[in-house]
Design a protein around this ligand. Sequence first.
Ligand code: FES
Length: 157
Amino acid sequence: MSDANPNDPLQDSPAHGGRRRFCKAVIGGTAAASAATTSYPIVAFLRLPKALGPVELLEVSVEDLVDGEGYWGEHRGKQIVVIKQGDEIRAFDGECSHLGCIVRWDSADQVFKCPCHGAKFDALGNPIAGPANAPLRRVTFVVEEGVLKVTDISGST
Ligand code: FES
């Protein structure tokens, strides 16, 4: 004799299987949508804004620099950011002076922001908020025939 009770809502039966599958699908879909909604801004924030490509020695055409934007490239294994403001061009080591996370250039606010502990640096690399109390390291470069070439990443602060 079977213990099956067709009126028991907790019992697995063909009549309840469809509802159970539906609930699992709704819960699974909701969980997937929540995960995507939560993770997208984090991934977008951590992604470097604009990459010039993994070049060994950073060279960029000055014509390609857009006023107020940050351009990223790699120079001997270091992340370098080049910014242009009007006629001024500056290059920095992308490592935050606090604990070395890679900062981001926020072109809307014209400041560097560190995603790790919230440090902010002005367009000259000077700390303006957060735990960092030393400036970003400047990177030296030359411009020859319209091409910016990083020459020294040892940096001055
Ligand atoms: S590493 Fe940038 S604020 Fe800490």
